[in-house]
Design a protein around this ligand. Structure first.
Ligand SMILES: Nc1nc2c(c(=O)[nH]1)N[C@H]1C(S)=C(S)[C@@H](COP(=O)(O)O)O[C@H]1N2
Ligand SMILES: [Mo]
Length: 435
């Protein structure tokens, strides 16, 4: 302990000695160039006032910090307390059957931290003891089976980074822009690394009977969420997942077990999964008849719209993150497609008259979020910022006009139109729709 303290004292003293003269410091700052606050006129004042700015030694270098037993499970810095899930009052009739939103405007890269993944549940989050949890597979199978968590973890495992999007993402804006920010227009999406066993592995164990074409997945929550899923998809890439971003799934996301159905609407990704029944036709449960269908302009309802088509949004700048004066910025955003890989993302600054291709940050994974970025020198004028995603199947993200022509405005789900942020000369950003 004493040694540590003297080491800190020594480092502080060394810093003091290294403190450059004001002139020398200004030269370094000028050579560094870009960072305004660094070379600015504030230095003299900062020095005089003893502020925690270079070349002063900040307070937090003068004492020891908490040690290795202080946080057995780490949490973000207290300065990041704005980076949280948020809900919207008028969308929250009851806490237990509602939704909150991922703060996508504050995130970088493609992985959503587990504690920030949007939550959608119809009956609250059940508290499940994994020792008492079971998964049953029955119906049109040769051998009905019941698995403990330990049984499931023993099977060969797979990991995959994938997005999950509620089909209601953006669904409040069919008739016009109304949400106050990026978190609310596009935050019903998350992207994590999921680990589990392929459903095909478990189905092979049970033996799929001839003629089986669908399965029913049921959750162990108060809503007993139940959805029909075609067997082809189940045998293709569905995962019965027990881990999320390296640790066991968070309770909100389906602890201890959930279905992950890559690229398909959030609702079929049944959380807290307890039962899988095989059959020869869909069950037409509540969540695939009265909900999660798309009311078309001719009054008919489209059923089983499983795939989340290509979508994208600029996450900076956005209403929550305005521009701070003229100068150089990097436009950043996310794109995704439930059909496979994102091939290109175009960015427009003039509401869609002209487009430039953005840079796609590696890795570009199938059915995962992709980060795009484009340098931008803002001259202070108005701008209409948009992004447009293209996927490997050739699908191009539609304009809101194009989408309305096909879908009308009575739908809720599957609105993946090109989104517009209006940049005002004062740097503030508005959510708008343009004709
Ligand atoms: N058992 C169960 N599974 C469920 C739900 C639910 O309420 N109960 N909600 C569904 C819906 S509508 C969506 S969009 C996703 C949300 O997943 P998330 O909470 O991990 O974001 O879970 C789906 N799986
Ligand atoms: Mo959903």
């Amino acid at each position: 302990m004493n040694e540590d303290r003297s080491e800190v004292a020594r480092r502080v003293a060394a810093m003091e000695r290294l403190r450059p003269s004001r002139r020398g410091f200004m030269k370094v700052a000028a050579a560094g160039g870009a960072v305004a606050a660094f070379g600015g006129p504030d230095i003299k004042r900062a020095l005089a006032a003893g502020e925690n700015l270079p070349p002063n030694v900040p307070e937090w270098m003068k004492t020891l910090g908490p040690g290795v037993t202080a946080s057995p499970y780490g949490a973000p810095s207290k300065y990041e307390k704005e980076v949280v899930r948020r809900n919207v009052g008028w969308l929250t009739a009851s806490e237990e059957s509602s939704i909150n939103f991922t703060p996508i405007h504050m995130l970088e890269g493609i992985i959503t931290p587990s504690g920030l993944c949007f939550e959608r549940h119809h009956g609250g989050v059940p508290e499940i003891d994994p020792a008492q949890h079971r998964l049953v597979i029955h119906g049109m199978v040769a051998r009905p089976l019941i698995f403990t968590m330990d049984d499931i973890v023993r099977f060969p495992s797979v990991s995959r980074i994938m997005f999950l999007e509620c089909p209601a993402n953006g669904g409040m804006e069919w008739r016009g822009a109304q949400m106050a920010g990026c978190q609310f227009t596009h935050g019903m999406v998350h992207c994590c690394e999921w680990t589990g066993v392929k459903l095909s592995t478990l189905l092979a164990e049970a033996g799929v009977a001839k003629g089986a074409k669908w399965l029913l997945a049921e959750g162990a929550d108060a809503a007993a969420m139940t959805r029909s899923i075609p067997l082809d998809k189940a045998l293709d890439d569905v995962i019965v997942a027990y881990a999320q971003n390296g640790e066991r799934i968070r309770p909100e996301q389906g602890y201890p077990l959930r279905l992950m159905v890559p690229g398909w609407e959030g609702n079929v990704n049944v959380k807290w999964v307890r039962r899988i029944k095989l059959g020869d036709k869909p069950w037409h449960h509540r969540e695939e008849t009265s909900k999660y269908t798309d009311l078309m302009p001719d009054g008919t309802a489209r059923q089983f719209t499983f795939v989340q088509e290509a979508n994208s949004v600029v996450t900076f700048p956005c209403p929550e993150r305005p521009l701070d004066g003229k100068g150089t910025y990097e436009i950043r955003g996310i794109a995704w497609s439930g059909r496979g890989k994102i091939k290109r993302v175009d960015v427009s600054l003039d509401g869609g008259d002209n487009w430039r291709s953005a840079q796609l940050q590696e890795p570009v994974l199938s059915k995962a979020l992709v980060r795009f970025r484009l340098p931008w020198k803002w001259e202070g004028g108005p701008a209409l910022v948009q992004s447009r995603a293209l996927d490997e199947t050739g699908y191009v993200q539609p304009t809101i006009e194009q989408l309305r022509k096909v879908r009308g405005v009575n739908s809720i789900y599957h609105k993946n139109a090109i989104h517009t942020w209006r940049v005002n000369p004062n740097g503030k950003i508005d959510n708008v729709q343009i004709a």
